[in-house]
Design a protein around this ligand. Structure first.
Ligand code: ADP
Length: 456
Protein backbone atom coordinates (compact mmCIF):
# COMPACT_ATOMS: atom_id res chain seq x y z
CA UNK A 1 0.00 0.00 0.00
CA UNK A 2 1.44 3.32 -1.11
CA UNK A 3 1.93 6.03 1.53
CA UNK A 4 -0.72 8.72 1.41
CA UNK A 5 -0.96 12.15 2.99
CA UNK A 6 -3.90 14.45 3.70
CA UNK A 7 -3.78 18.23 3.38
CA UNK A 8 -5.81 20.59 5.56
CA UNK A 9 -5.92 24.36 5.23
CA UNK A 10 -7.29 26.85 7.72
CA UNK A 11 -8.35 30.32 6.63
CA UNK A 12 -8.66 32.03 10.01
CA UNK A 13 -9.15 35.61 11.11
CA UNK A 14 -5.48 36.59 11.12
CA UNK A 15 -3.90 34.38 8.45
CA UNK A 16 -3.93 30.98 6.80
CA UNK A 17 -2.15 27.76 7.71
CA UNK A 18 -1.71 24.32 6.25
CA UNK A 19 -1.04 20.93 7.84
CA UNK A 20 -0.08 17.76 6.01
CA UNK A 21 -0.69 14.53 7.94
CA UNK A 22 -0.66 10.78 7.41
CA UNK A 23 -3.28 8.18 8.35
CA UNK A 24 -1.85 7.86 11.88
CA UNK A 25 -2.19 11.60 12.41
CA UNK A 26 1.55 12.37 12.21
CA UNK A 27 2.36 15.80 10.82
CA UNK A 28 4.68 15.77 7.79
CA UNK A 29 4.71 19.48 7.02
CA UNK A 30 2.99 22.65 8.14
CA UNK A 31 3.20 26.35 7.47
CA UNK A 32 1.60 29.75 7.73
CA UNK A 33 0.95 32.71 5.44
CA UNK A 34 -0.29 36.17 6.34
CA UNK A 35 -2.95 37.59 4.06
CA UNK A 36 -1.31 39.97 1.58
CA UNK A 37 -2.77 43.46 1.78
CA UNK A 38 -4.35 44.36 -1.55
CA UNK A 39 -6.48 47.44 -1.96
CA UNK A 40 -9.25 47.89 -4.49
CA UNK A 41 -11.27 51.09 -4.57
CA UNK A 42 -9.83 52.00 -1.15
CA UNK A 43 -11.12 48.78 0.40
CA UNK A 44 -9.26 45.57 1.23
CA UNK A 45 -9.49 43.17 -1.74
CA UNK A 46 -10.10 39.98 0.23
CA UNK A 47 -10.98 37.87 -2.82
CA UNK A 48 -7.54 38.39 -4.38
CA UNK A 49 -5.79 38.09 -1.03
CA UNK A 50 -7.45 34.76 -0.11
CA UNK A 51 -6.93 33.39 -3.61
CA UNK A 52 -3.21 34.24 -3.62
CA UNK A 53 -2.83 32.83 -0.11
CA UNK A 54 -4.43 29.55 -1.23
CA UNK A 55 -1.95 29.15 -4.07
CA UNK A 56 0.98 30.24 -1.91
CA UNK A 57 0.11 27.53 0.61
CA UNK A 58 -0.22 24.90 -2.15
CA UNK A 59 3.21 26.01 -3.29
CA UNK A 60 4.61 25.85 0.27
CA UNK A 61 3.83 22.12 0.48
CA UNK A 62 7.21 20.39 -0.09
CA UNK A 63 7.58 19.28 -3.73
CA UNK A 64 8.64 15.78 -2.67
CA UNK A 65 5.39 15.26 -0.73
CA UNK A 66 2.93 16.70 -3.26
CA UNK A 67 2.62 13.49 -5.33
CA UNK A 68 1.26 11.58 -2.32
CA UNK A 69 -1.37 14.14 -1.26
CA UNK A 70 -4.53 12.04 -1.51
CA UNK A 71 -7.02 14.76 -0.56
CA UNK A 72 -7.51 18.37 0.52
CA UNK A 73 -10.09 20.05 2.80
CA UNK A 74 -10.37 23.70 3.89
CA UNK A 75 -12.00 25.49 6.83
CA UNK A 76 -12.93 29.17 6.80
CA UNK A 77 -14.33 31.77 9.17
CA UNK A 78 -17.98 31.17 9.96
CA UNK A 79 -20.53 33.38 8.15
CA UNK A 80 -17.96 34.86 5.75
CA UNK A 81 -20.07 35.06 2.62
CA UNK A 82 -19.34 35.40 -1.08
CA UNK A 83 -22.09 35.96 -3.65
CA UNK A 84 -21.05 35.15 -7.17
CA UNK A 85 -22.31 34.88 -10.70
CA UNK A 86 -22.17 31.28 -11.89
CA UNK A 87 -21.76 32.30 -15.55
CA UNK A 88 -18.92 34.80 -15.24
CA UNK A 89 -17.60 32.98 -12.14
CA UNK A 90 -16.95 36.41 -10.61
CA UNK A 91 -18.12 37.69 -7.21
CA UNK A 92 -20.99 40.17 -7.52
CA UNK A 93 -19.90 42.21 -4.52
CA UNK A 94 -17.01 42.30 -2.11
CA UNK A 95 -17.27 39.46 0.43
CA UNK A 96 -19.23 39.92 3.64
CA UNK A 97 -16.81 39.22 6.49
CA UNK A 98 -17.59 36.94 9.45
CA UNK A 99 -17.98 39.82 11.92
CA UNK A 100 -19.79 42.21 9.58
CA UNK A 101 -23.33 43.05 10.62
CA UNK A 102 -26.31 43.77 8.40
CA UNK A 103 -28.79 45.16 10.95
CA UNK A 104 -31.13 46.48 8.25
CA UNK A 105 -31.86 42.93 7.11
CA UNK A 106 -32.56 41.68 10.63
CA UNK A 107 -36.27 42.63 10.91
CA UNK A 108 -36.97 40.84 7.62
CA UNK A 109 -35.05 37.73 8.69
CA UNK A 110 -36.82 37.73 12.05
CA UNK A 111 -40.18 37.90 10.29
CA UNK A 112 -39.55 34.66 8.35
CA UNK A 113 -37.41 32.56 10.74
CA UNK A 114 -38.58 30.82 13.92
CA UNK A 115 -38.05 32.81 17.13
CA UNK A 116 -34.45 32.74 18.42
CA UNK A 117 -33.16 30.88 15.36
CA UNK A 118 -29.37 31.12 14.75
CA UNK A 119 -30.04 33.29 11.68
CA UNK A 120 -31.62 35.97 13.90
CA UNK A 121 -28.37 37.83 14.39
CA UNK A 122 -27.20 40.76 12.26
CA UNK A 123 -23.99 38.95 11.32
CA UNK A 124 -25.65 35.69 10.21
CA UNK A 125 -25.11 34.55 6.64
CA UNK A 126 -28.84 34.87 6.00
CA UNK A 127 -28.87 38.56 7.02
CA UNK A 128 -25.95 39.10 4.62
CA UNK A 129 -27.84 37.31 1.83
CA UNK A 130 -31.01 39.33 2.42
CA UNK A 131 -29.04 42.59 2.59
CA UNK A 132 -27.40 41.79 -0.75
CA UNK A 133 -30.66 40.61 -2.36
CA UNK A 134 -32.44 43.85 -1.46
CA UNK A 135 -29.66 46.12 -2.66
CA UNK A 136 -28.68 44.45 -5.94
CA UNK A 137 -30.54 45.69 -8.99
CA UNK A 138 -29.26 43.60 -11.91
CA UNK A 139 -30.30 40.08 -12.86
CA UNK A 140 -30.13 37.60 -9.98
CA UNK A 141 -30.86 34.47 -11.98
CA UNK A 142 -27.52 32.72 -12.17
CA UNK A 143 -26.29 33.71 -8.74
CA UNK A 144 -24.90 31.40 -6.08
CA UNK A 145 -24.00 31.94 -2.43
CA UNK A 146 -20.77 30.41 -1.12
CA UNK A 147 -19.10 30.51 2.26
CA UNK A 148 -15.40 31.36 2.34
CA UNK A 149 -14.34 27.69 2.60
CA UNK A 150 -16.79 26.65 -0.18
CA UNK A 151 -15.38 29.32 -2.47
CA UNK A 152 -11.73 28.39 -1.83
CA UNK A 153 -12.53 24.72 -2.42
CA UNK A 154 -14.41 25.64 -5.58
CA UNK A 155 -11.24 27.27 -6.94
CA UNK A 156 -9.67 23.81 -6.66
CA UNK A 157 -12.52 21.53 -7.86
CA UNK A 158 -14.62 23.78 -10.09
CA UNK A 159 -18.07 22.43 -9.16
CA UNK A 160 -20.13 25.45 -8.21
CA UNK A 161 -22.56 25.54 -5.28
CA UNK A 162 -21.28 22.97 -2.77
CA UNK A 163 -21.14 23.56 0.98
CA UNK A 164 -21.17 21.62 4.27
CA UNK A 165 -23.73 21.64 7.11
CA UNK A 166 -21.40 23.44 9.55
CA UNK A 167 -20.85 26.41 7.26
CA UNK A 168 -24.49 26.36 6.14
CA UNK A 169 -25.92 26.53 9.69
CA UNK A 170 -25.92 30.33 9.80
CA UNK A 171 -27.69 30.65 6.46
CA UNK A 172 -30.52 28.57 7.94
CA UNK A 173 -29.75 24.97 6.92
CA UNK A 174 -31.36 22.44 9.25
CA UNK A 175 -28.71 19.79 10.00
CA UNK A 176 -31.22 17.61 11.84
CA UNK A 177 -33.69 17.36 8.92
CA UNK A 178 -30.72 17.47 6.55
CA UNK A 179 -32.43 20.06 4.36
CA UNK A 180 -33.20 23.74 4.12
CA UNK A 181 -36.40 24.48 6.06
CA UNK A 182 -39.58 25.30 4.12
CA UNK A 183 -39.69 28.89 5.46
CA UNK A 184 -36.34 29.44 3.72
CA UNK A 185 -37.09 27.49 0.53
CA UNK A 186 -40.18 29.64 -0.05
CA UNK A 187 -38.09 32.83 -0.26
CA UNK A 188 -37.35 34.38 -3.67
CA UNK A 189 -33.58 33.98 -3.12
CA UNK A 190 -33.70 30.26 -2.25
CA UNK A 191 -32.13 29.35 -5.62
CA UNK A 192 -28.86 30.93 -4.39
CA UNK A 193 -28.44 28.41 -1.57
CA UNK A 194 -25.63 25.89 -2.09
CA UNK A 195 -26.17 22.13 -1.86
CA UNK A 196 -25.00 20.73 1.45
CA UNK A 197 -22.80 17.72 2.27
CA UNK A 198 -21.25 16.20 5.40
CA UNK A 199 -17.97 17.95 6.25
CA UNK A 200 -15.19 15.79 4.81
CA UNK A 201 -17.09 14.48 1.78
CA UNK A 202 -15.27 14.09 -1.52
CA UNK A 203 -16.52 16.54 -4.13
CA UNK A 204 -14.30 16.16 -7.19
CA UNK A 205 -10.66 15.67 -8.18
CA UNK A 206 -8.42 18.71 -8.33
CA UNK A 207 -8.93 20.66 -11.56
CA UNK A 208 -6.40 19.78 -14.25
CA UNK A 209 -5.31 23.38 -14.83
CA UNK A 210 -4.74 23.93 -11.11
CA UNK A 211 -2.89 20.66 -10.72
CA UNK A 212 -0.47 21.38 -13.55
CA UNK A 213 0.45 24.75 -12.00
CA UNK A 214 2.23 22.84 -9.25
CA UNK A 215 3.73 20.20 -11.51
CA UNK A 216 7.26 21.23 -12.47
CA UNK A 217 7.55 18.68 -15.28
CA UNK A 218 4.50 20.12 -16.99
CA UNK A 219 5.99 23.52 -16.37
CA UNK A 220 9.28 22.63 -18.07
CA UNK A 221 7.45 20.86 -20.91
CA UNK A 222 5.53 24.08 -21.53
CA UNK A 223 8.75 26.10 -21.52
CA UNK A 224 10.19 23.78 -24.16
CA UNK A 225 7.04 23.41 -26.26
CA UNK A 226 8.76 24.55 -29.45
CA UNK A 227 12.27 23.14 -29.23
CA UNK A 228 11.57 19.42 -29.04
CA UNK A 229 12.93 19.05 -25.50
CA UNK A 230 9.35 19.11 -24.22
CA UNK A 231 8.44 15.94 -26.13
CA UNK A 232 11.60 14.30 -24.88
CA UNK A 233 10.75 15.15 -21.28
CA UNK A 234 7.28 13.67 -21.68
CA UNK A 235 8.86 10.32 -22.49
CA UNK A 236 10.91 10.32 -19.28
CA UNK A 237 10.14 7.57 -16.74
CA UNK A 238 9.33 9.93 -13.84
CA UNK A 239 5.63 10.54 -13.93
CA UNK A 240 5.19 11.66 -10.34
CA UNK A 241 5.39 15.39 -9.92
CA UNK A 242 3.04 17.96 -8.44
CA UNK A 243 -0.34 16.95 -6.98
CA UNK A 244 -1.66 13.61 -8.24
CA UNK A 245 -4.40 13.29 -10.89
CA UNK A 246 -6.77 11.72 -8.35
CA UNK A 247 -6.15 14.29 -5.58
CA UNK A 248 -9.61 14.61 -4.00
CA UNK A 249 -11.06 17.95 -2.96
CA UNK A 250 -13.39 17.49 0.05
CA UNK A 251 -15.96 19.64 1.84
CA UNK A 252 -14.67 21.57 4.86
CA UNK A 253 -16.09 23.21 7.95
CA UNK A 254 -15.79 26.41 10.00
CA UNK A 255 -12.55 27.43 11.71
CA UNK A 256 -13.73 26.86 15.28
CA UNK A 257 -15.10 23.40 14.47
CA UNK A 258 -11.85 22.49 12.72
CA UNK A 259 -10.00 23.52 15.90
CA UNK A 260 -12.27 21.23 17.92
CA UNK A 261 -11.68 18.35 15.48
CA UNK A 262 -7.92 18.83 15.90
CA UNK A 263 -8.20 17.90 19.60
CA UNK A 264 -9.70 14.55 18.49
CA UNK A 265 -12.39 14.39 21.15
CA UNK A 266 -14.69 11.84 19.53
CA UNK A 267 -16.72 10.43 22.45
CA UNK A 268 -19.86 12.04 23.96
CA UNK A 269 -18.94 13.75 27.24
CA UNK A 270 -15.55 14.87 25.96
CA UNK A 271 -15.10 18.62 25.87
CA UNK A 272 -12.65 21.26 24.77
CA UNK A 273 -12.22 24.46 26.80
CA UNK A 274 -10.45 27.22 24.93
CA UNK A 275 -8.64 29.57 27.34
CA UNK A 276 -7.73 32.39 24.98
CA UNK A 277 -8.74 36.04 25.22
CA UNK A 278 -12.18 34.70 26.13
CA UNK A 279 -13.39 31.41 27.58
CA UNK A 280 -15.19 29.14 25.13
CA UNK A 281 -16.42 25.64 25.86
CA UNK A 282 -17.46 22.94 23.40
CA UNK A 283 -18.96 19.62 24.45
CA UNK A 284 -19.69 16.56 22.35
CA UNK A 285 -23.23 15.41 23.04
CA UNK A 286 -25.76 12.86 21.83
CA UNK A 287 -28.52 15.45 22.16
CA UNK A 288 -28.79 18.75 20.36
CA UNK A 289 -29.04 21.73 22.71
CA UNK A 290 -30.04 25.30 21.85
CA UNK A 291 -30.81 28.29 24.05
CA UNK A 292 -30.63 31.73 22.52
CA UNK A 293 -30.71 33.46 25.94
CA UNK A 294 -27.24 32.12 26.67
CA UNK A 295 -26.03 32.05 23.07
CA UNK A 296 -25.86 28.25 23.27
CA UNK A 297 -26.24 26.30 20.05
CA UNK A 298 -25.19 23.02 18.50
CA UNK A 299 -23.34 22.11 15.38
CA UNK A 300 -23.85 18.68 13.88
CA UNK A 301 -20.83 16.36 13.84
CA UNK A 302 -21.85 13.12 12.14
CA UNK A 303 -24.35 11.41 14.46
CA UNK A 304 -23.45 13.65 17.42
CA UNK A 305 -23.76 17.33 18.32
CA UNK A 306 -21.13 19.82 19.29
CA UNK A 307 -22.71 22.07 21.92
CA UNK A 308 -20.99 25.36 22.53
CA UNK A 309 -21.08 28.39 24.79
CA UNK A 310 -18.77 31.38 25.09
CA UNK A 311 -18.17 33.57 28.14
CA UNK A 312 -16.68 37.05 28.08
CA UNK A 313 -14.30 36.15 30.88
CA UNK A 314 -10.83 34.84 30.01
CA UNK A 315 -7.22 35.69 29.36
CA UNK A 316 -7.82 39.23 28.09
CA UNK A 317 -8.47 40.36 31.68
CA UNK A 318 -5.28 38.60 32.84
CA UNK A 319 -3.32 40.43 30.18
CA UNK A 320 -4.66 43.78 31.43
CA UNK A 321 -3.29 43.03 34.91
CA UNK A 322 -0.11 41.02 34.27
CA UNK A 323 2.44 40.38 31.55
CA UNK A 324 2.75 36.78 30.34
CA UNK A 325 6.11 36.55 32.21
CA UNK A 326 4.49 37.75 35.44
CA UNK A 327 1.70 35.23 34.91
CA UNK A 328 4.26 32.44 34.74
CA UNK A 329 6.29 33.60 37.78
CA UNK A 330 3.24 34.23 39.97
CA UNK A 331 1.55 30.97 38.91
CA UNK A 332 4.61 28.98 40.03
CA UNK A 333 3.97 30.11 43.61
CA UNK A 334 0.30 29.12 43.71
CA UNK A 335 -0.72 26.03 45.68
CA UNK A 336 -3.43 24.63 43.41
CA UNK A 337 -4.68 22.12 45.98
CA UNK A 338 -5.88 24.95 48.20
CA UNK A 339 -9.20 26.62 47.34
CA UNK A 340 -9.04 30.42 47.03
CA UNK A 341 -11.75 32.19 49.02
CA UNK A 342 -11.72 35.14 46.62
CA UNK A 343 -14.82 35.29 44.45
CA UNK A 344 -14.43 37.40 41.29
CA UNK A 345 -16.12 37.74 37.93
CA UNK A 346 -13.31 38.87 35.61
CA UNK A 347 -14.69 40.75 32.59
CA UNK A 348 -13.12 43.28 30.24
CA UNK A 349 -16.32 45.25 29.88
CA UNK A 350 -19.86 45.30 31.27
CA UNK A 351 -22.06 42.41 30.16
CA UNK A 352 -22.09 38.61 30.14
CA UNK A 353 -24.11 36.07 28.20
CA UNK A 354 -22.89 32.62 29.18
CA UNK A 355 -23.17 30.95 31.69
CA UNK A 356 -25.08 33.94 33.12
CA UNK A 357 -27.24 35.94 30.74
CA UNK A 358 -26.88 39.48 32.07
CA UNK A 359 -26.01 42.28 29.65
CA UNK A 360 -25.55 44.60 32.64
CA UNK A 361 -23.17 42.43 34.66
CA UNK A 362 -20.30 44.49 36.10
CA UNK A 363 -16.74 43.14 36.16
CA UNK A 364 -15.85 42.05 39.71
CA UNK A 365 -12.13 42.01 40.61
CA UNK A 366 -12.22 43.33 44.16
CA UNK A 367 -11.11 43.17 46.92
CA UNK A 368 -7.52 42.98 45.63
CA UNK A 369 -5.21 41.37 48.22
CA UNK A 370 -1.76 42.93 48.77
CA UNK A 371 -0.15 39.71 47.57
CA UNK A 372 -0.27 39.24 43.77
CA UNK A 373 0.05 35.45 44.07
CA UNK A 374 -3.17 35.40 46.10
CA UNK A 375 -4.78 37.80 43.65
CA UNK A 376 -3.93 35.67 40.60
CA UNK A 377 -4.98 32.52 42.45
CA UNK A 378 -8.37 34.13 43.11
CA UNK A 379 -8.78 35.12 39.46
CA UNK A 380 -7.77 31.71 38.05
CA UNK A 381 -10.04 29.97 40.56
CA UNK A 382 -12.95 32.30 39.70
CA UNK A 383 -12.56 31.66 35.95
CA UNK A 384 -12.49 27.91 36.74
CA UNK A 385 -15.79 28.29 38.62
CA UNK A 386 -17.32 30.07 35.61
CA UNK A 387 -16.09 27.21 33.40
CA UNK A 388 -17.68 24.64 35.76
CA UNK A 389 -20.91 26.63 35.78
CA UNK A 390 -20.83 26.61 31.98
CA UNK A 391 -20.60 22.83 31.76
CA UNK A 392 -23.34 22.51 34.40
CA UNK A 393 -25.58 24.79 32.38
CA UNK A 394 -25.06 22.69 29.23
CA UNK A 395 -26.02 19.59 31.24
CA UNK A 396 -29.13 21.35 32.62
CA UNK A 397 -30.10 22.29 29.06
CA UNK A 398 -29.96 18.61 28.09
CA UNK A 399 -26.42 17.91 26.90
CA UNK A 400 -24.35 14.91 28.01
CA UNK A 401 -22.54 15.51 31.32
CA UNK A 402 -18.91 16.40 30.75
CA UNK A 403 -16.46 13.59 31.55
CA UNK A 404 -13.11 14.91 30.44
CA UNK A 405 -11.85 18.36 29.50
CA UNK A 406 -9.15 18.98 26.91
CA UNK A 407 -7.70 22.51 26.95
CA UNK A 408 -6.47 24.75 24.15
CA UNK A 409 -5.42 28.40 23.96
CA UNK A 410 -2.83 30.50 25.80
CA UNK A 411 -4.10 29.49 29.25
CA UNK A 412 -3.63 25.77 28.55
CA UNK A 413 0.11 25.92 29.21
CA UNK A 414 -0.46 26.99 32.83
CA UNK A 415 -0.09 23.73 34.79
CA UNK A 416 -1.16 25.27 38.10
CA UNK A 417 -4.37 26.51 36.49
CA UNK A 418 -4.95 23.01 35.08
CA UNK A 419 -4.67 21.60 38.64
CA UNK A 420 -7.04 24.27 39.98
CA UNK A 421 -9.52 23.45 37.23
CA UNK A 422 -9.29 19.70 37.92
CA UNK A 423 -10.23 20.37 41.54
CA UNK A 424 -13.02 22.84 40.76
CA UNK A 425 -14.49 20.81 37.88
CA UNK A 426 -13.93 17.47 39.64
CA UNK A 427 -12.77 16.04 36.31
CA UNK A 428 -9.60 15.05 34.50
CA UNK A 429 -8.21 18.05 32.60
CA UNK A 430 -5.42 17.84 30.04
CA UNK A 431 -3.79 19.98 27.40
CA UNK A 432 -4.66 19.31 23.76
CA UNK A 433 -1.89 17.74 21.66
CA UNK A 434 -3.19 19.43 18.57
CA UNK A 435 -5.04 22.73 18.45
CA UNK A 436 -4.41 23.93 14.90
CA UNK A 437 -7.59 24.21 12.86
CA UNK A 438 -5.52 23.23 9.81
CA UNK A 439 -4.88 19.88 11.50
CA UNK A 440 -8.65 19.44 11.97
CA UNK A 441 -9.18 20.25 8.28
CA UNK A 442 -6.55 17.63 7.39
CA UNK A 443 -8.56 15.07 9.39
CA UNK A 444 -11.59 15.99 7.25
CA UNK A 445 -9.49 15.47 4.11
CA UNK A 446 -8.57 12.04 5.49
CA UNK A 447 -12.24 11.30 6.11
CA UNK A 448 -13.07 12.29 2.54
CA UNK A 449 -10.40 10.02 1.10
CA UNK A 450 -10.78 7.02 3.44
CA UNK A 451 -14.34 7.30 4.74
CA UNK A 452 -13.13 7.57 8.32
CA UNK A 453 -10.34 8.82 10.55
CA UNK A 454 -8.20 6.56 12.75
CA UNK A 455 -9.97 7.59 15.94
CA UNK A 456 -13.53 7.06 14.68
P1 ADP B 1 -6.52 34.44 21.50
O1 ADP B 1 -6.10 33.63 20.31
O2 ADP B 1 -7.91 34.20 21.95
O3 ADP B 1 -6.21 35.90 21.42
P2 ADP B 1 -4.49 32.87 22.93
O4 ADP B 1 -5.03 31.49 22.82
O5 ADP B 1 -3.27 33.23 22.16
O6 ADP B 1 -5.62 33.95 22.74
O7 ADP B 1 -4.19 33.11 24.48
C1 ADP B 1 -3.76 34.35 24.93
C2 ADP B 1 -4.19 34.53 26.36
O8 ADP B 1 -3.52 33.58 27.18
C3 ADP B 1 -3.84 35.89 26.89
O9 ADP B 1 -5.01 36.63 27.12
C4 ADP B 1 -3.03 35.65 28.16
O10 ADP B 1 -3.51 36.42 29.23
C5 ADP B 1 -3.24 34.17 28.43
N1 ADP B 1 -2.02 33.58 28.98
C6 ADP B 1 -0.76 33.62 28.48
N2 ADP B 1 0.10 32.99 29.29
C7 ADP B 1 -0.63 32.53 30.33
C8 ADP B 1 -0.33 31.80 31.53
N3 ADP B 1 0.92 31.38 31.81
N4 ADP B 1 -1.34 31.52 32.37
C9 ADP B 1 -2.59 31.91 32.11
N5 ADP B 1 -2.93 32.60 31.02
C10 ADP B 1 -1.98 32.90 30.14
Amino acid sequence: EKKKLYLGMDFGTSGARYALIDHQGNTYAQGKRDYPLYMKEEKMDWIQSWKDTLFLLLDDVPVSLRPIVASIAIDGTSATTIIMDSKSEEPLSRPFLYNESCPDALPLVKSIAPTNHTVCSGSSTLCKLVAWWNSYDSSKESVVLLHQADWLLWLLHGKLGVSDYNNALKVGYDPEMDSYPSWLLSQPYSHLLPSVQDPGTKIECMKEDIRTQFDWITYIVKLHEHDGLGDLLLMCPFTLSGYPKDCLICTGTTDSIAAFLAARATQPGKAVTSLGSTLAIKLLSIRRVEDARFGVYSHRLGDKWLVGGASNTGGAVLRQLFTDEQLEKLSEQINPLEASPLDYYPLQAVGERFPVADPKMEPRLHPRPANDVEYLHGILESIARIEAKGYNLLKDLGANPVEEVITSGGGSKNEKWTKIRERVLGLPVCRANQTEAAYGAALLAMKGACGNTTSD
